[in-house]
Design a protein around this ligand. Sequence first.
Ligand SMILES: *[C@@H]1O[C@H](CO)[C@@H](O)[C@H](O)[C@H]1NC(C)=O
Ligand SMILES: *[C@@H]1O[C@H](CO)[C@@H](O)[C@H](O)[C@H]1NC(C)=O
Ligand SMILES: *[C@@H]1O[C@H](CO)[C@@H](O)[C@H](O)[C@H]1NC(C)=O
Ligand SMILES: *[C@@H]1O[C@H](CO)[C@@H](O)[C@H](O)[C@H]1NC(C)=O
Ligand SMILES: *[C@@H]1O[C@H](CO)[C@@H](O)[C@H](O)[C@H]1NC(C)=O
Length: 246
Amino acid sequence: MFFHPLCLILSSLFLLFTAQNCSHALHSPNGTIESPGYPYGYPNYANCTWVIVAQEHNRIQLVFQGFALEEDFDILSVYDGQPSPTNLRTRLTGFQLPAPIVSTGPRLTLWLLSDYAVSGQGFKAVYEALPSYTCGNPGQLLNGMQQGSTFNIGDKIRYSCNQGYVLEGHTVLSCLATSSGTAAWDFPLPYCRGESGAPMCGGQLRGPSGIITSPNFPVQYDNNANCTWIITTSDPSKVNASKKHT
Ligand SMILES: *[C@@H]1O[C@H](CO)[C@@H](O)[C@H](O)[C@H]1NC(C)=O
Ligand SMILES: *[C@@H]1O[C@H](CO)[C@@H](O)[C@H](O)[C@H]1NC(C)=O
Ligand SMILES: *[C@@H]1O[C@H](CO)[C@@H](O)[C@H](O)[C@H]1NC(C)=O
Ligand SMILES: *[C@@H]1O[C@H](CO)[C@@H](O)[C@H](O)[C@H]1NC(C)=O
Ligand SMILES: *[C@@H]1O[C@H](CO)[C@@H](O)[C@H](O)[C@H]1NC(C)=O
């Protein structure tokens, strides 16, 4: 067999582009979006778009279920409508689960761009078309609870935090009719903050090696500290934690 080198180059370019075409147009009223390879990591140089289109007078609610992108280098941009700079709603990166997003119109666009190295698990989100009379679920709290399970105009949702956490924001959200003929929550989702006295701890680490210290190190750590560190390397099988000092 003989291959002209140009053929090889052209066919591998073709494979590269077809393998990486991750433009999605989504027209069903609800569904799930995952970054390629989720949760085992998205490719470097990913350039993916998801365009969600609902029926007229509907809005789209996007709720994240998993989120881990290389902080500051891999970005998920969310556009309220077409992907133009004026429609940019938010740029998401890092390891924190983003709050739910509700579009103002019947179109929402997600755009994932990754750089040449290091990836995270990626992201997973569910979306749902919201009719004009509903606000949609404002979201669950990390370390807290939600009471109320209907999200239409006139409904109220109450939030509380687990023991050891205090609520920041409004305890009760009300779904109100808006002047534009749709519905919206009167306040943003509150969150649960660790009670003062609980040390700030945990963090995110990148790269082949690094140092983790417990709170107040080298002083003894507080009782009941509960800290999480997220360690990202380009190869998840190679996380090697060796304990140096306690
Ligand atoms: C990628 O897929 C989308 C949707 O299936 C299609 O519209 C687009 O033309 C494709 N792009 C390339 C470069 O093949
Ligand atoms: C869409 O919503 C319906 C009704 O709530 C549900 O039964 C179905 O599983 C959902 N589909 C997806 C893909 O989430
Ligand atoms: C991403 O893909 C789009 C459409 O194929 C292209 O116009 C754009 O230049 C790409 N961006 C990058 C940073 O590769
Ligand atoms: C530590 O915090 C995590 C996440 O907030 C929680 O799931 C876990 O149960 C906590 N562990 C203890 C021992 O409190
Ligand atoms: C982890 O790192 C320590 C210190 O660098 C080394 O002694 C140990 O052999 C490594 N363990 C593995 C499984 O690579």
